[in-house]
Design a protein around this ligand. Structure first.
Ligand code: M6R
Length: 618
């Protein structure tokens, strides 16, 4: 889950390769921020710098000790796996003669055996990382030649695990060589310059033309050429695509943090995800469909696999898809699905939800599902990502780049996309008529304006959050689709504010969690629309139950729902919304609450401790 950037192009103006690498790292820092480092191939050899901590530390070092200009550069921002986040363990890692530099994302699983072998051969290691073995293996493989591509092919054959590697060598100036296995690497195609990146954010401000790399391929870029080869060294063609993300979407745009900006992007994320989904006859269409429609009609079970926030979107989807399609839907954390013995057949549709499309747990789950004969449909935000490529069908969320580690707009876009999927399947399978589907689409189309209404009133949530900055525990309750919203509210607070937060199904309260309630315990309660009277009444009772035991109740309820007033210490209002679509509005105050409370505590909401945006290791 580290960020990787590579560049070859003109050395002028100033030190363009280094500038491009540093700019790319700033855009990739969300992938990890334990340390950062760069290496530049200069006419006099290799120059490098690296520092523990955020990119700012490296920037300071480079200002104090500038690197000489060169024709190629690589840059790395780290999420530590092997070895503490120190200067020494930061990437790049160099060969003993200092003429070769390597950066790496992933885990080299057989690094202990390789390190022992290299030690035996007399190599002295400088760091505790798994990556350093690659630097020494590559240097030995080159053994005086200038064939960095050949060396990379030979070395990667010896590696086990998941990796993206980039390497530069003083004897191969003007070249960066990259390799990937089970970890992302994209090529950016420029005019007289070329790029490599963990994702397109690395080069989006320079080019939108990109090349997808396949599994186990090695690429070498120079200023004028890009060559891709398969693991056996035979020439290969990557798939070209044009990036449709706006470069400005990945900057803060006047907001104090990316998270603030992305919360405000949500009306657009939902609107864009809904855009252009029907054909001329009004039928819903998916983005990529490599499954026969007859197979989709015969599906007898859906299993959603995802992690974290994406899994909560899957929980919400379950309620809608079961209701609309009458197909049983299971929701499973991808890492649990993979390592038990799930009942999967040719009639199972596995729906993988992922913002990045690179979450390793989810990738392994879909591979397992396909091995068992299931079809896989991906709901992803990132074009060309591994999950999109390896699935039988794709429905893209159009949230645009999400930079803050805490997922916000991707969550809303995922819910929206899974609703489209549910409606698509309901129509295809004859559960709903096309005009019924049109009615639901019309309701979905009203959501962006409703989300905007909540954003327009956000100050009241922010004021409450600031006043609560010293709380040590917050509970969240919800029923029906409010339950996954409660889970998501708790996750946001945990990851951003580092305080104890738990979400419960409100009905579960009396089965144990109510013992947690003591005088003053803050409890958020997500209340369903009063137009579902039975459900609504049950949740209103739950508010009373916690209040009777001293809880401070913070209630999220629909406008005009006066039944909650008597039992609520604070009420946050959301616009009137159909039951199944309520998560798209009720979660917004919870996102704002977590963002503001963490900010009030002086914490970095874009880069919370110990986390990385894309979890590309298992
Ligand atoms: O990229 P993905 O959607 O597959 O990521 C899944 C989770 O890692 C992600 O949602 C994570 O839980 C977020 N930090 C939550 O805010």
């Amino acid at each position: 889950m580290c960020g990787i950037v590579g560049y070859v192009g003109p050395a002028a103006p100033s030190n363009r390769p280094l500038d491009v690498a540093m700019e790319g790292l700033a855009r990739l820092e969300y992938r990890g921020y334990d340390s950062a480092g760069v290496a530049v191939v200069t006419p006099d050899g290799l120059a490098s710098a690296k520092r523990a901590g955020k990119l700012g530390n490296l920037r300071e070092q480079l200002e104090a000790h500038p690197l000489p200009a060169g024709s190629a550069a690589i840059g790395h921002t780290r999420w530590a796996t092997h070895g503490a986040p120190t200067d020494v363990n930061a990437h790049p890692h160099l060969s003993e003669d200092g003429r070769l530099a390597v950066i790496h994302n992933g885990i080299i699983e057989n690094f202990s055996a390789l390190r022992a072998e290299l030690r035996e051969a007399g190599v002295a290691f400088a760091s505790e990382t798994d990556t350093e073995v690659v630097a020494h293996l590559l240097a030995r493989q080159m053994d005086g030649s200038t064939d960095l591509t050949g060396a990379m092919l030979a070395v990667t054959r010896r590696l086990q695990g998941a990796f993206t590697l980039l390497a530069v060598h003083a004897d191969a100036p003007g070249t960066v060589v990259g390799a990937r296995r089970n970890s992302p690497l994209v090529v950016g195609l420029g005019e007289g310059e070329n790029f490599l990146g963990s994702d397109v954010a690395a080069f989006i401000s320079h080019t939108r033309e990109a090349l997808e790399m396949g599994q186990d391929q090695v690429v070498s870029i120079t200023a004028d050429d890009v060559r891709v080869v398969d693991a056996d060294g035979s020439p290969a063609e990557g798939r070209r695509f044009t990036v449709d993300w706006d470069a400005n979407a990945a900057v803060k745009g006047g907001f104090p943090t990316f998270m603030d900006k992305e919360i405000h992007d949500q009306p657009k994320a939902v609107a864009d995800t809904l855009l252009g989904r029907t054909d001329a006859a009004g039928h819903l269409v998916l983005d990529e469909l490599r499954i026969d429609e007859a197979v989709l009609r015969s599906v007898d079970k859906i299993i959603v696999v995802a992690c974290g926030t994406a899994a909560y979107a899957g929980h919400v989807a379950k309620y809608a898809i079961e209701h609309w399609c009458r197909i049983p839907v299971e929701v499973e954390l991808a890492h649990e699905f993979r390592y038990r013995d799930p009942v999967v057949s040719e009639k199972t549709l596995v729906v993988a939800i992922s913002q990045s499309g690179e979450t390793m747990d989810t990738i392994m789950a879909i591979r397992h599902a396909r091995e068992q004969g299931a079809k896989v449909l991906a709901v992803v935000n990132t074009h060309g990502s591994t999950i999109a490529r390896e699935s039988d069908a794709v429905l893209y969320t159009h949230a645009g780049p999400e930079v803050a580690v805490a997922s916000t707009k991707a969550f809303l876009a995922q819910i929206t996309a899974t609703y489209l999927l549910g409606l698509y399947l309901s129509e295809l399978r004859g559960n709903k008529y096309v005009d019924e589907v049109a009615g639901y689409l019309e309701e979905l189309g009203k959501l962006p304006a409703k989300i905007q209404e909540i954003l327009d009133r956000q100050q009241e949530v922010r004021d409450v959050a600031r006043a609560m900055k010293d709380v040590s525990s917050v509970l969240f309750l919800g029923r029906h689709v409010g339950y996954p919203v409660a889970l998501e509210g708790a996750l946001k607070l945990k990851e951003l504010a580092y305080i104890h937060a738990e979400g419960f199904a409100a009905g579960e309260l009396k089965h144990g969690p109510i013992a947690l309630i003591e005088e003053g315990q803050p409890v958020f309660i997500v209340v369903p629309t009063p137009r579902r009277p039975t459900l609504h009444a049950k949740v209103v009772s739950n508010i009373q139950e916690v209040r009777a035991r001293g809880a401070r109740t913070l209630v999220i309820a629909e406008e005009g729902d006066d039944a909650v007033n008597e039992f609520a210490d604070v009420v946050f209002r959301v616009p009137r919304t159909p039951t199944l679509m309520m998560p798209l509005v009720t979660v917004v105050p919870l996102q704002i609450f977590a963002c503001e409370l963490a900010t009030a505590k002086g914490l970095d909401v874009d880069q919370p401790r110990n986390l990385a945006k894309s979890v590309t290791v298992e």
